[in-house]
Design a protein around this ligand. Structure first.
Ligand code: URA
Length: 202
């Protein structure tokens, strides 16, 4: 089944999405983690899916990836409360490993099932620039076949007249063990975010 959002305002969408059963992920997740931010932000950042912390707290990017994203936003001179932050998939997909819940990447079918919510958020917020972070978000926002590693940070025209600036997912920075390399990648992420900010004159 596909999600069929009827509501228009973000608050209505959030309420509707809370009971979404368009794919099976809802069954093992604590809750739907909907996007957050200003009703009419000029920039929308899109991640993959909520992680363990986000699933428990019900807010996007409040765990380790969120901390890296906060650092990158600060380096880029962007206030977090000026951007709308959401995910391509709104339920946490995980498998059990001992006592831990380990993240699993969403399938193409799960990304597709959740797409109507992302489309509805885009319609409600009406951002000028969308920043998909990582392969899942890139697939949802731009489509399959787009190589983030080759085209990160490059402004791209979307069919609906908006622009996109793809970048890597903040969790790819979290995973880098070497601190010099991590710092380099953090600054590259910040550079990509700064490109998006410049497009809206921020
Ligand atoms: N990773 C994501 O893609 N989104 C979140 O909200 C948290 C971690």
């Amino acid at each position: 089944m596909t999600a069929q959002p009827r509501a228009r305002t973000l608050e209505e969408l959030r309420r509707e999405a809370a009971s979404c059963t368009a794919c099976d992920l809802y069954a093992r997740a604590t809750q739907t983690v909907f996007g957050e931010g200003p009703e009419h932000a000029e920039v929308m950042l899109v991640g993959e899916q909520p992680g363990d912390r986000e699933d428990k707290q019900g807010h996007p990017f409040v765990g380790p990836a969120g901390r890296i994203l906060d650092e990158a936003l600060a380096l880029a001179g962007i206030a977090r409360d000026r951007v709308y932050l959401t995910n391509a998939v709104k339920h946490f997909k995980w498998r059990e490993k001992g006592k831990r819940r380990i993240h699993e990447a969403p399938s193409v079918a799960e990304i597709r099932a959740c797409k109507p919510w992302l489309d509805a958020e885009v319609a409600a917020v009406d951002p000028r620039v969308i920043v998909p972070m990582g392969a899942t978000a890139v697939r949802a926002v731009i489509g399959p076949g787009f190589k983030v590693t080759e085209h990160r940070g490059e402004p791209l025209d979307l069919p609906d007249g908006r622009r996109a600036v793809a970048t890597v997912h903040p969790s790819s920075v979290v995973r880098i063990e070497d601190s010099a390399q991590r710092s380099l990648e953090l600054h590259r992420l910040a550079g990509d975010l700064a490109v998006a900010a410049r497009l809206v004159g921020a």
